[in-house]
Design a protein around this ligand. Structure first.
Ligand code: BEZ
Ligand code: FE
Length: 296
């Protein structure tokens, strides 16, 4: 009979899983996970009290998850795991617009709006803004029929789903491009905001001396036939949290410079007051790589 010791346990456990798991990918993932987990425990010489605390932390994290709240995704976000998975799965070699985190506030089924619509349904004193640009493929050819799904927080830092004082679908909408690939809509500047700080993830940030803030940003999911889905943000240049995003989602290529605009005719046309902030930002989508036909 074999004794399980500090020295042989990792190898024994890996061999057990490695020899019995028939799904090849599962075998690779599980054995690597065991190796890294054991190495971590040895590295920090985890105490029993710490192990128990970790179990309690994960249990409490799971207990606040429901249809509207996913504390595990938030945990993955603040540990940089979401961005790492995103980076590995969206290597773009400098072509196309970069991805960033989806976040928990996307709601599917946003209203489909005509180009130029104002997505600010209730004026709570925010700074009016106009956002426009082109959606092209990776080579700069305009994409017709691309769907741009946008959502954002208000200047107060709340999404509509968090703010009982604004109507449903405030600061959300879907726009479809014409042959020139152009998009344009009116809105207000997005404010910086904290990620939900009242769960175990908030507790972890406080314990580690980190703030929960994200810099102001517009969210986008852009889809076009034959192209990879683009999930991204435009961050506001000059935001004080650009260098310290709590979820590590910032990229310099995704920072947009707004300019102050005094065009009264344009303001009238799009329901804005002057002066308003104007942003020009183009998106490039990668052509999807055709799946290899499966050999018979
Ligand atoms: C967001 O930008 O909506 C977000 C992203 C990650 C975690 C929390 C919020
Ligand atoms: Fe957000």
């Amino acid at each position: 009979m074999q004794d399980f010791t500090e020295d042989n346990l990792t190898q024994v456990v890996c061999e057990e899983y490695g020899s019995k798991t028939t799904d090849e990918r599962l075998r690779v993932v599980v054995t690597s996970l065991i190796q890294h987990l054991h190495a971590f425990i040895k590295d920090v010489e985890l105490t029993e009290a710490e192990w128990y605390r970790a179990v309690e932390f994960l249990t409490a994290t799971g207990q606040v998850c429901n249809e509207e709240r996913q504390e595990f995704v938030l945990l993955s976000d603040v540990l940089g795991v979401s961005m790492l998975v995103d980076a590995i799965n969206n290597r773009r070699s400098g072509l196309g617009t970069e991805n960033t985190v989806l976040g928990p506030f996307h709601v599917s089924g946003a209203p489909e709006l005509p180009m130029g619509a104002n997505i600010m349904l209730k004026d709570i004193g925010g700074t009016p803004a106009f956002v426009q640009g082109r959606i092209t493929d990776q080579d700069g050819t305009p994409l017709e029929g691309a769907v741009l799904d946008v959502w954002q927080a208000s200047l107060r830092g709340f999404y509509d789903v968090q703010d009982p004082e604004v109507p449903q679908w405030n600061l959300r909408g879907k726009f479809t491009t014409g042959a020139d690939g152009r998009y344009w809509f009116a809105t207000e500047l997005p404010g910086p905001y904290p990620i939900p700080p009242d769960g175990r993830v908030g507790e972890l940030l406080r314990a580690c001396g980190r703030h929960p803030m994200r810099p102001g940003h517009l969210h986008f999911i852009i889809t076009a036939e034959g192209h990879d889905r683009l999930t991204t943000h435009i961050f506001t240049a000059g935001d004080e949290y650009l260098e310290s995003d709590s979820v590590f989602g910032t990229k310099s290529s995704l920072v947009g410079e707004y300019e102050t605009c005094h065009d009264e005719e344009m303001a009238r046309k799009y329901g804005l007051s002057v002066p308003f902030q104007m942003l020009d930002f183009d998106f490039g989508l990668m052509r999807s790589v055709a799946e290899e036909p499966v050999a018979a």
